[in-house]
Design a protein around this ligand. Structure first.
Ligand code: T5A
Length: 211
C-alpha cells in the first residue's frame, strides 16, 4: 500500500472535528489525494450501524454486541473505502479507528484487550494507521465543550469514570506506541493545538514528498 493512513482520536469534545478540517486543508494544499472518512461509519452500511450505536434509545445494547457492531462497520469500511484508497496511493484521514475501540469498549466498558485484539487481527489483517493524532484533555473540559453543542449521544451520556478509563486507555496506547501515536494537549488554545499538529504533519509531508 502506498497511501498514508492517518487517524484522529480523543475523548468527547477533544476538538477532532475542528482539527480534522485543518489537517484536510494542509494535506490537500500539499497536492496529495486525500479521502476523509470516519468511524463508526464511512460507508452506507457503516452509517446505518453508526445510527444504531449512537442512538440513546438503544440503551439495552450489550457490550459484546456493541463491540461486534464496531468491527462490522470497520470491516465494511476497510474493504469498501480505506484499503482501496491506500492501494491507489490516496491518503486516508479517518476520524477515529480501532484505538477508539480499545479506549471505549476496552477501557470504558471493560471488555478484555485480548478479545478486541482477536477481532482486530481478523478484520484488519495487520493494517494499522501510519500516524495517529491523539487529542488529549481532561474529561471534564471535554464534556463541557461537547455539552455546549447538542443533546448527548449514547457514548456522551456515559459517566465520568467511564470517560476517565477511556482517556487512560488512550494514553496507555500512546505510551506503548510512541512512534505511531502522537499526543497533543488539546486543552490549550486552538491556535497552539493546530501548530503542534502542523509540526507533526510537516515531518510526514516532508517524508512523503522525498519518497
Ligand atoms: N466509538 C467510536 C466507540 O465507542 N468505539 C469505536 O471503535 C469508535 C470508532 C463516535 C462515538 O463513537 C464512539 C466514540 C464516540 O463517542 P464521534 O462523532 O467521533 O462519535 O464523537 P465525538 O467524540 O463526540 O466527536 P465530536 O465531533 O462530537 O467532538 P469533537 O470532534 O472531539 O469536538 P469538536 O471539534 O466538535 O469540538 C467540540 C467543541 O469544542 C470547541 C469547538 O469549537 C466545539 O465547540 N473546541 C475548542 N474550544 C477551545 N479550545 C480548543 N482547543 C478547542 N477545540 C475545539
Amino acid at each position: 500500500m502506498s497511501g498514508k493512513f492517518i487517524t484522529l482520536e480523543g475523548g468527547e469534545g477533544a476538538g477532532k472535528t475542528t482539527c480534522l478540517k485543518h489537517i484536510e486543508k494542509r494535506i490537500k494544499e500539499a497536492g496529495i489525494d486525500l479521502c476523509v472518512t470516519r468511524e463508526p461509519g464511512g460507508t452506507r452500511t457503516g452509517e446505518k450501524i453508526r445510527e444504531i450505536l449512537l442512538d440513546r434509545v438503544n440503551f439495552d445494547i450489550l457490550d459484546d454486541t456493541e463491540l461486534i457492531l464496531m468491527f462490522a462497520a470497520r470491516s465494511q469500511h476497510l474493504n469498501e473505502v480505506i484499503s482501496p484508497a491506500l492501494v491507489a496511493g490516496t491518503w486516508v484521514l479517518c476520524d477515529r479507528f480501532t484505538d477508539a475501540t480499545y479506549a471505549y469498549q476496552g477501557g470504558g466498558r471493560g471488555i478484555s484487550q485480548q478479545r478486541i485484539a482477536d477481532l482486530e487481527h481478523w478484520v484488519q489483517k495487520g493494517l494499522k494507521p501510519d500516524l495517529t493524532l491523539l487529542l488529549d484533555l481532561p474529561v471534564d473540559v471535554g464534556l463541557e465543550r461537547a455539552g455546549k453543542r447538542s443533546t448527548p449521544d449514547r457514548f456522551e451520556s456515559e459517566d465520568i469514570s467511564f470517560m476517565q478509563r477511556m482517556r487512560l486507555t488512550y494514553l496507555d496506547i500512546a505510551s506503548r506506541e510512541p512512534e505511531r501515536v502522537k499526543v497533543i494537549d488539546s486543552s490549550q488554545a486552538l491556535g497552539n493545538v493546530l501548530s503542534q499538529i502542523d509540526s507533526i504533519l510537516d515531518d510526514l509531508l516532508a517524508g512523503a514528498t522525498s519518497e
